[in-house]
Ligand binder design. Structure first.
Ligand SMILES: NC(=O)c1ccc[n+]([C@@H]2O[C@H](COP(=O)([O-])OP(=O)(O)OC[C@H]3O[C@@H](n4cnc5c(N)ncnc54)[C@H](O)[C@@H]3O)[C@@H](O)[C@H]2O)c1
Ligand SMILES: O=C(O)C(=O)C[C@@H](O)[C@H](O)[C@H](O)COP(=O)(O)O
Ligand SMILES: [Zn+2]
Length: 373
């Protein structure tokens, strides 16, 4: 798939259609916030659920909305994972209730993946479902969290344990937002980008490996291309299996997008959600590649490519050696687990994945030790 103009110039706005249960469009481009106005049409009120870090963008959006005749309610939420809690969810419901928010009104989730996951769940639950627009402002949000209809919050017991599949009316990825994103927030987003490279689009890996310095540059055409390609990967997967129900036996449906997440989520829980999601997923992918290699499923070369490519952009590839037992216990609560059988998404090759069910504990332990010396 070529998403760049053959002359080398960056296309103005690219639309990626998600042909899911309720089809919607993901718009990607520079300075495209006005797209939100059209998506909100028909509503009297809009509520912007947002983080403080993007307050300038939120104020600009609010001004545009007011000018277009909408009544705007701002709902600021705590930063990062602190937003994904039952308490913050209840606070959002209270804000909507006090503002007489009705079924014809719209929720706009603005921010990183934590804000859009929360806003999506608020939209899914308020009055049993009101219109949702997502405006991701982090790389991770653009390429993953705001696209695909997974919404939810964490509980003390684990990551994303409460939530709903709820599709947005549209997703607006204004690449200009990335200019204020600190590098140590941009880099974790590249873990999900590289994930898309391994599971479905190896051209992503070539792009990252060819110009890693451009991949971490928020203004580069290469990063824009990586964003578009990653969204395209996700759009195809969720269109086929929105509700994650088609993974049967070793066959993998939407669970494909969970590559590296079994250990990744276990690390996030161990770190009490203070870690960046993408950093944990990066380590999770290196682990699961080694697991597949030791199980005789994946070649040495593709397994080794994981850590090499992730390190090129500054992602972590190892974790505490003595943490295995705790992580194993945490993995029992992974959503892919059935009964007491752990299930991992593993690669047989680039772009060819399957499920590995119930691997021996010793194999898991040895794989973990090998990549966390
Ligand atoms: N729903 C899904 O399918 C899905 C997919 C992937 C990840 N996620 C979830 O997304 C979350 C991770 O996403 P994230 O890394 O974007 O997290 P985040 O929302 O915590 O954002 C990371 C940090 O960047 C800041 N930020 C965001 N945009 C900014 C900008 N333009 N300028 C300056 N600062 C900015 C945020 O305030 C935060 O401090 C996790 O909770 C993860 O579970 C969900
Ligand atoms: O969209 C999906 O499906 C994914 O698995 C994408 C992941 O990158 C994302 O972190 C997602 O939130 C994980 O979902 P979960 O169901 O494992 O909580
Ligand atoms: Zn993820």
């Amino acid at each position: 798939m070529i998403l760049t103009d053959p002359t080398g110039t960056e296309p103005a706005t690219v639309i990626i259609d998600v042909e899911s249960e309720q089809p919607y469009r993901v718009s990607v481009g520079h300075g495209i916030l006005d797209t939100v106005l059209g998506l909100a049409e028909g509503s009297l009120r809009v509520a912007i659920i947002h983080q403080q870090t993007t307050i300038d963008l939120v104020s600009g959006l609010e001004r545009r909305l007011i000018k277009s005749g909408f009544s705007v309610l701002r709902v600021p939420v705590p930063d990062a994972e602190a937003a994904k809690s039952a308490e913050v969810l209840a606070y959002c419901w209270t804000s909507l209730g006090k503002a007489n928010f009705t079924r014809s009104d719209t929720i706009i989730g603005v921010g990183g993946g934590a804000a859009t996951d929360l806003a999506g769940f608020v939209a899914a639950t308020w009055l049993r479902g009101v219109r949702l627009i997502t405006v991701p402002t982090s790389l991770l949000g653009m390429v993953d969290a705001a696209v695909g209809g997974k919404t939810g919050i964490n509980t003390v017991e684990g990551k994303n344990l409460v939530g709903a599949f709820y599709e947005p009316a549209g997703v607006v990825c204004d690449l200009d937002a990335l200019r204020t994103l600190p590098t140590d927030e941009l880099v974790p987003g590249l873990a999900e980008v590289i994930k898309c490279g391994f599971i479905a689009d190896p051209a992503i890996l070539d792009l990252v490996e060819g110009r890693p310095e451009r991949a971490v540059d928020p203004a580069s055409a290469e990063l824009a291309e990586l964003v578009r390609r990653s969204i395209a990967v996700k759009a195809v997967v969720v269109a086929k299996d929105l509700r994650e129900t088609t993974s049967i036996g070793t066959r993998v449906g939407r669970e494909l997008l969970n590559y590296g997440h079994t250990l990744g989520h276990a690390i996030e829980r161990r770190e009490r959600y203070q870690w960046r999601h993408g950093n944990a997923v990066s380590i999770g992918m290196v682990f699961v590649a080694e697991l597949a290699r030791r199980a005789g499923i994946l070649s040495d070369a593709v397994a080794a490519r994981h850590a090499r490519t992730l390190m090129l952009v500054g992602l972590p590839v190892s974790y505490a050696r003595n943490a295995f037992d705790e992580l194993l216990a945490n993995m029992a609560l992974d959503k892919k687990t059935r009964g007491s059988t752990l299930r991992f998404v593993v690669l047989e090759d680039l772009s060819r994945a399957r499920i590995l069910q119930g691997p021996d504990e010793q194999l898991l332990r040895d794989s973990y030790s090998a990549v966390n010396p």
